[in-house]
Design a protein. Structure first.
Length: 264
């Protein structure tokens, strides 16, 4: 799979890949992940309005997919139009989420209400369809990113997920599974936070949508199914030959807990 070449010197922010270049086997890392976990890519999400994708992403934070889907179904059944959720307010949204189970109902209700109120105040409509009007160019991608980041309670990972899954723009979201595996492989320093890990991946992986979509899908599955936080399945790992941690885990010489999962 393609790997992005270093940028030519110019006036720009520090380039993390210059501090921490990808290893010679990075191309094999990308191709093995895709061949093992995502030989056929799933279709991207198809919400009529990216606002639905954003709210669905918020519900997924610190929830299982099953619980997040149940919350989504209850939320959209209760509020067929988002205007009804805005009128019901954060207390009503919280009660609706609680009725579906899952955690952090108050926090998510506040986020959802804050986004709806912001869109009503700034745009006069409860919609993010305007994000699709930005050109499909690097500048347009940054305009869409900035518009999402301006929404209350929307962090960098949530922004990247909506860009990738709902707008088909070449963002590079990195979840806790990917971050944990990257640090075990020593692709990035253990001290880096999630934002720096995401920036590094965005610098070293070619900027086409399919490559980044494939890496996110396969990287998440790898961390969830094989490079698990507890008791990683190192003997079955397609990346074992590249991984300095594999022998250590085999000896039981490190703690089982990996980095905390990202909240978005």
């Amino acid at each position: 799979m393609p790997v992005r070449s270093p940028r030519p010197p110019s006036a720009r922010a520090p380039f993390l890949a210059e501090q921490n270049p990808p290893p010679a086997w990075f191309g094999d890392y990308l191709s093995r992940l895709r061949e093992t976990y995502a030989p056929e890519l799933p279709p991207p999400r198809s919400f009529p309005d990216p606002l639905g994708g954003l709210i669905r992403t918020i519900l997924s934070q610190q929830n299982t997919r099953r619980v997040a889907q149940r919350q989504w179904e209850v939320l959209t059944a209760t509020y067929p139009q988002w205007e009804a959720a805005l009128l019901d307010g954060p207390d009503g949204i919280e009660a609706t989420l609680k009725s579906a189970g899952g955690g952090l109902s108050r926090m998510k209700a506040d986020y959802i209400y804050g986004i709806l109120a912001h869109l009503e105040e700034r745009h006069g409509a409860l919609s993010l369809r305007f994000l699709r009007e930005f050109p499909y160019t690097p500048q347009g991608h940054e305009q869409a990113r900035a518009a999402l980041a301006a929404l209350p309670g929307v962090g960098h990972k949530t922004v990247a997920l909506v860009l990738l899954f709902d707008l088909r723009r070449p963002a590079m979201p990195v979840d806790g599974n990917m971050e944990r595996a990257a640090k075990r492989l020593e692709l990035v320093p253990a001290a880096w936070n999630s934002h720096k890990v995401e920036r590094w991946y965005a610098e070293v992986v070619t900027g086409d949508w399919e490559t980044r979509f494939a890496l996110h899908i396969s990287g998440v599955r790898h961390g969830r199914d094989t490079c698990r936080s507890k008791r990683p399945l190192c003997p079955a790992c397609p990346l074992r030959e590249f991984c300095p941690s594999a022998a250590i885990f085999g000896l039981g010489a490190v703690g089982e807990a990996g980095p905390p999962e990202l909240a978005g």
